[in-house]
Design a binder for this molecule. Structure first.
Ligand SMILES: *Cc1c(COP(=O)(O)O)cnc(C)c1O
Length: 444
């Protein structure tokens, strides 16, 4: 196996570290948890991503979720170009924002009224402010390992980058605010019920990822989500479904379509922006009318509903809405990959767990059935790091952390999946041998 040449990436990283914290603008990009320098990306097209050294990879990061149709989709690119030539921002309402709101409501009927923002973080923090205002209560319930962006109230046992770095509680979060965030275990209804018993009349909302992506992929069991809605309503609280990752990904109507759920509020990000910075929150009209200028809950944004962002998002959502067969294709590719990886694990005698929901998947380096954060944390992250590098060498670009979801796009082909399955076999085999060798060294 030839070594990967990444000199230019490493030189850029050396330079960038002087000027940017950790050399990056978002922590997981630094590849810290897989023990190697990050790749600097030059361009991407379809299912491929190219680094500055000219290496090509089959991409399973997809910009962390947005690129469900693949990179630089011609229709998305031309929509952005057309919008750009008419001016990049006006700070005034535009027709595209009306079209976007209508389309979101059509694809996800629980979202009767929607407000556009610029990121998933903005969406969730605004939704929580709204839930607090609507219920007149201050506490929120979140699940360990779920990530809802970097707003203070959510950096308590948060997934994604916060997990990898082992600093789930960030300094700088006021203790008084953190005390208003209560943490339950995903897939454990008793842990939720207990919080409501212990904090009577104080909880404004439960917020959750419906299918979790941010501790790696974790799937809700039985009627877990349905019961969350019932528990919230029985206690005068709201359910905020954070579909920043799952929205328009698991189905045209998101996870709420699959689980037949009507949450009070839903948050969006990633796919809704077609690769540009967009977030949104929406839901029941009665609640959403409390937002300024209809109501007293203040929330604003200079660039919210930006014409370029709306053009990109609309182009992508329209294709997803019109071609529902894309979701069948994504499921087929996902199933093919799952089958291949399970076959590999079986052949190699490895008991690792593969969790998959449609086009989202995580291979956990643990024999435990990963149903919650506690189980996810039993994964061997050192082995994952070695595996990540072995896959990279074989031209496969995975999320550089055990606790992230990998994404398949509609641009991937069965041949890409088969190449990935072969690489997976070789990489797992190589990791196994590496670990055995180093174990031997220790015993000598
Ligand atoms: C990515 C993500 C966020 C944060 O979105 P940003 O656009 O990164 O701020 C929030 N919730 C979930 C479920 C996410 O996956």
């Amino acid at each position: 196996m030839k070594q990967l040449k990444t000199n230019r990436s490493s030189n850029l990283y050396f330079e960038s570290k002087k000027y940017l914290p950790g050399g990056v603008n978002s922590p997981v990009r630094a590849f810290k948890s897989v023990g190697r320098d990050p790749l600097f990306i030059a361009k991407a097209k379809g299912q491929y991503i190219f680094d500055v050294d000219g290496n090509r990879y089959i991409d399973y990061v997809g910009s962390w979720g947005p690129m469900i149709l693949g990179h630089a989709h011609p229709q998305v690119v031309s929509a952005i170009k057309r919008a750009a030539s008419d001016g990049t921002s006006f700070g005034a309402p535009t027709e595209r924002e009306v079209e976007m709101a209508k389309l979101v409501r059509k694809m996800m009927p629980s979202v009767e009224v929607v407000r556009m923002v610029n990121s998933g973080t903005e969406a969730t923090m605004s939704a929580v402010r709204l839930a607090r205002a609507f219920t007149g209560k201050e506490k929120i319930v979140k699940f360990a390992g779920c990530y809802h962006g970097h707003f203070d109230s959510f950096l308590i046992k948060a997934g994604s980058g916060a997990t990898t770095f082992g600093t789930p509680d960030s300094p700088g979060v006021p203790k008084t605010l953190a005390a208003r965030t209560l943490v339950a275990e995903f897939n454990d209804l008793a842990s939720v019920e207990k919080l409501f018993v212990d904090n009577p009349g104080e909880i404004a909302a439960i917020i959750t990822e419906p299918v979790v992506g941010n501790m790696g992929v974790v799937i809700p069991r039985g009627n877990f989500l349905e019961r969350l809605l019932e528990i919230a309503h029985a206690n005068g609280a709201l359910l905020i479904l954070d579909e920043v990752m799952t929205g328009f990904r698991l189905a045209c109507g998101g996870a709420q379509q699959i689980y037949e759920l009507k949450p009070d509020l839903t948050t969006f990000g990633k796919i809704i922006g077609g690769g540009l910075p967009v977030g949104a929150y929406g839901g029941r009209e009665e609640i959403m009318r409390m937002i300024s200028p209809d109501g007293p809950v203040y929330q604003a944004g200079t660039l919210s509903g930006n014409p370029l962002a709306m053009a990109a998002g609309l182009a992508q959502l329209r294709m997803l809405d019109r071609q529902k067969s894309l979701y069948t294709k994504l499921e087929k590719l996902g199933a093919r990959l799952e089958k291949g990886i399970l076959r590999n694990l079986n052949k190699l005698g490895l008991g690792y767990q593969l969790n998959r929901a449609g086009s989202m998947f995580t291979l956990f380096f643990t024999p435990e059935n990963v149903v919650d954060f506690t189980a996810a944390l039993t994964s061997d992250t050192k082995k994952f790091g070695l595996y990540f590098s072995e896959m990279l060498k074989r031209g496969i670009y995975l999320p550089p952390s055990q606790f992230e979801a990998a994404f398949i796009s509609a641009a991937h082909t069965p041949a890409d999946i088969d190449r990935t399955i072969s690489a997976n076999y070789e990489a797992l085999d190589a990791v196994g041998r590496k670990v055995t060798r180093s174990n031997l060294k220790v015993s000598i």
